[in-house]
Ligand binder design. Structure first.
Ligand code: GZL
Length: 329
């Protein structure tokens, strides 16, 4: 009899301990694996969540398809997860499914690319790059650099290679690019096309431009992967990247630092993918009952180039070679 009593007690205790340490389940709808930035963003968040005591990650890679993200979000609702991290491949078409997330009462953290419907839905907080400022910095760097080498009064031909059409990172950076061009009238826009944030498509677009545009002096690539693809095309055409064509990227991934130090690229505008430093404390605070007010948080970001010292108003460029050893992505 005593043994039975002890067995039942042990089972009850086991069940209690099991339920008391029930996981906090965090679901992450990730866009895809289109760029080094995206890989760094995924790795940073996965590592932080999977290594956090009592937390469990439910991860979905949408392979850059909106329909896959909508399916994933609905699966998260069915699984009744505790939190949802969301970044949208494009900015439109999310109202219905994000309202379903709200109706299910699952706290939503918006990261990276905010949806156009952000003002019409509930979310805890939002964290990501200031894309308009990043686009402004790209053009301003080119304008200020040309002034610094005595070519500020010379008309130069500029091409803008845009990210995934309709992504807030593309629409924001393009807005910043075009607004800043008005401040530098000698920068003449002669080409504008999407390279979809991928290295392969960046190379293909540059190849076609080199055949169709008589003279290109500056490439503004809205991410480093497309800039690196364009560098491959420029070299294949027998031109010297970083000299015949000035190349300004965005993200500040390691491969861009390597290209700048090698002299193939001139500048990269930082857009950090390291979001765990925001997401982890936010969810820990939510677990303690802290309330949030839909705040949109932009991280401090820099600009890195061949020599440093280019003043862009909100930031001064730093020499890539001086900091490459400290970079985390
Ligand atoms: C920016 C992010 C963009 C990066 C690209 O926050 O959405 O998507 O700039 C990535 O490299 O593909």
């Amino acid at each position: 009899m005593k043994k039975v009593f002890l067995l039942i007690t042990a089972l009850v205790l086991l069940a209690f301990v099991g339920s008391a340490s029930a996981d906090v389940v965090i679901a992450f709808s990730q866009i895809g694996q289109e760029s080094d930035w995206r890989t760094a963003n995924t790795d940073d968040l996965r590592k932080a969540i999977e290594n956090h005591p009592g937390w469990k990650l439910v991860y979905d890679d949408a392979q850059q398809k909106q329909e896959n993200q909508i399916k994933a979000l609905r699966n998260f609702i069915t699984q009744d997860v505790n939190y949802i991290l969301f970044t949208g491949v494009v900015s439109t078409g999310w109202d219905e499914v994000l309202k379903e997330v709200n109706e299910a009462g699952i706290p939503l953290l918006l990261i990276d690319r905010l949806p156009d419907c952000a003002d019409r839905i509930d979310y805890v907080a939002a964290f990501g790059g200031d894309f308009v400022e990043e686009g402004r910095r790209q053009i301003a760097w080119a304008g200020e650099y040309l002034k610094s080498i005595g070519k500020g009064d010379k008309d130069v031909n500029v091409v803008i290679m845009e990210g995934t059409t309709g992504a807030t990172a593309q629409t924001g950076r393009t807005e910043g690019n075009l607004k800043a061009l008005k401040e530098y009238p000698h920068l003449k826009l002669v080409g504008q096309q999407s390279g979809n944030f991928t290295r392969a498509e960046g190379q293909a677009v540059m190849e076609s431009w080199l055949k169709s545009i008589p003279k290109i002096d500056v490439l503004i690539a809205q991410n480093d992967d497309m800039a690196l693809g364009a560098i491959d095309a420029i070299k294949a055409a027998g031109k010297v990247p970083g000299k015949d064509i000035i190349i300004v990227g965005c993200d500040s991934v390691k491969a861009a630092f390597d290209a700048i130090v090698a002299g193939d690229m001139n500048c990269t505008v930082e857009c950090t993918p390291l979001y765990a430093a925001f997401v982890v404390p936010t969810i820990e605070a939510l677990e303690r009952g802290v309330k949030f007010d839909k705040s949109v948080i932009h991280p401090e970001e820099g600009v890195f180039d061949m020599n440093g010292g280019i003043d862009l108003g909100t930031v001064k460029s730093v020499k890539a070679a001086d900091v490459i050893a400290t970079r985390q992505y």
